[in-house]
Design a protein around this ligand. Structure first.
Ligand SMILES: Cc1cc2nc3c(=O)[nH]c(=O)nc-3n(C[C@H](O)[C@H](O)[C@H](O)COP(=O)(O)OP(=O)(O)OC[C@H]3O[C@@H](n4cnc5c(N)ncnc54)[C@H](O)[C@@H]3O)c2cc1C
Length: 320
């Protein structure tokens, strides 16, 4: 079975999402190739070999500098026509979702999106997709090939297997209609520390913080732990913190090694975005808060007292 994984990059780094999908595909025993598309991206191919790609296709061309989907659809469609691929897998992002949808239309292929897992059952590829507001999981399949799949952020951790990939350049021929869009401006949000999707530690704040000004508590702990800050939808909707940090069904799915929930009740829509975390620590003044049902460690107490103490202790330990 030939599987192709779209490997998105930011600057000079391959994103964790694509590498996680690559590791998962390799674990199914398929012949897995990665593809890196951009300008000045040849150097990224070696990295993909370490995460299970037998081969990495590189489309390196100045015309691919901007992260626009249609030129990527051209490259992928041509590669599938030239080399064949039974499955083409994407880790979700704005660019990946647009590219996957465009590729499905171009190849007249079936796209299953928002998958959180994939397995081979009796030789058939079967995806797992949450449904009914993430309260149940359903199995989904494809009726034709190639199959296209888009996985939810954080579905798989990249697993370094230490291999090496062979690299192959692919020709870049863009359709006229694919060059119509132009990137006018690209802005990056100013942030310190790791992004919420990539961080090993996420410290998240909820309505229990009492007000936007108290997010400094969460920021202080995140900084001490070298982590990123997350938020619930309740506080995002209230304008306390930016949407880019929202964890949950209508926000981001994260799977850090440590997730510290401060003043968060643990609603199902929040849970689905963080339940894959390694260790979950909850601080909540209500001993009956649902978050304690799925936390590894719980502190019943006031965030305003507990969080500064915790930050102080972490800083002391670091200073030792
Ligand atoms: C379709 C849909 C999609 C949604 N998507 C998302 C999503 O993506 N992400 C998301 O988070 N939510 C989402 N929600 C909202 C979700 O249902 C909850 O309303 C939300 O998660 C609650 O946020 P919260 O825990 O901050 O607030 P609350 O539920 O109000 O909980 C606050 C908690 O803080 C505790 N507390 C209060 N004061 C203190 C204190 N001083 N010290 C310690 N603890 C204290 C309270 O005991 C309480 O448990 C969605 C809802 C719907 C209907």
């Amino acid at each position: 079975m030939a599987t192709l994984v779209f490997l998105e990059h930011h600057g000079s780094e391959l994103l964790k999402g694509g590498l996680g999908v690559l590791s998962k595909a390799a674990s199914l025993g398929d012949d897995v190739s990665g593809i890196v598309i951009g300008s000045g991206v040849r150097g990224l191919a070696d990295e993909a070999g370490k995460f299970g790609a037998a081969r990495v296709y590189v489309a390196d061309d100045a015309q691919l500098e901007a992260p626009l989907p249609q030129p990527r659809v051209d490259v992928l469609a041509q590669l599938v026509r030239d080399k064949g691929a039974d499955s083409i897998l994407f880790a979700n992002s704005v660019l990946a979702a647009d590219t996957a949808a465009g590729l499905a239309a171009r190849l007249d292929a079936g796209l299953n999106w928002d998958l959180v897992d994939i397995a081979r059952n009796d030789g058939k590829l079967v995806g797992t997709r949450p449904a009914l507001q993430d309260s149940v999981y359903v199995e989904v399949g494809w009726t034709s090939q190639p199959r296209i799949a888009l996985f939810r952020t954080g579905s798989f951790d990249p697993v370094a297997s230490g291999g090496a990939a062979e690299t192959e350049d692919v020709p870049v021929q863009l359709e006229d209609f694919s060059t119509g869009a132009r990137m006018v401006e690209q802005a990056h949000a100013e942030s310190e520390g790791p992004s919420i999707e990539e961080a090993d530690v996420v410290v998240a704040g909820g309505r229990g913080l009492g007000g936007p000004e108290n997010f400094t508590l969460v920021e202080g702990l995140a900084k001490a732990l070298g982590g990123a800050v997350g938020a619930t939808r309740a506080v995002v909707d209230a304008g306390w913190y930016p949407y880019s940090t929202q964890v949950g069904q209508t926000g981001k799915t994260v799977s850090p090694k440590l997730y510290v929930a401060c003043g968060i009740s643990g609603a199902i829509q929040h849970k689905v975005g963080m339940q894959g975390s390694g260790v979950i620590v909850a601080i909540n003044k209500d001993p009956n808060a649902p978050i304690f049902d799925f936390s590894d460690l719980g502190v019943v107490g006031d965030v305003h007292q507990i969080v500064p103490k915790l930050t102080e202790l972490v800083e002391q330990r670091k200073g030792q």
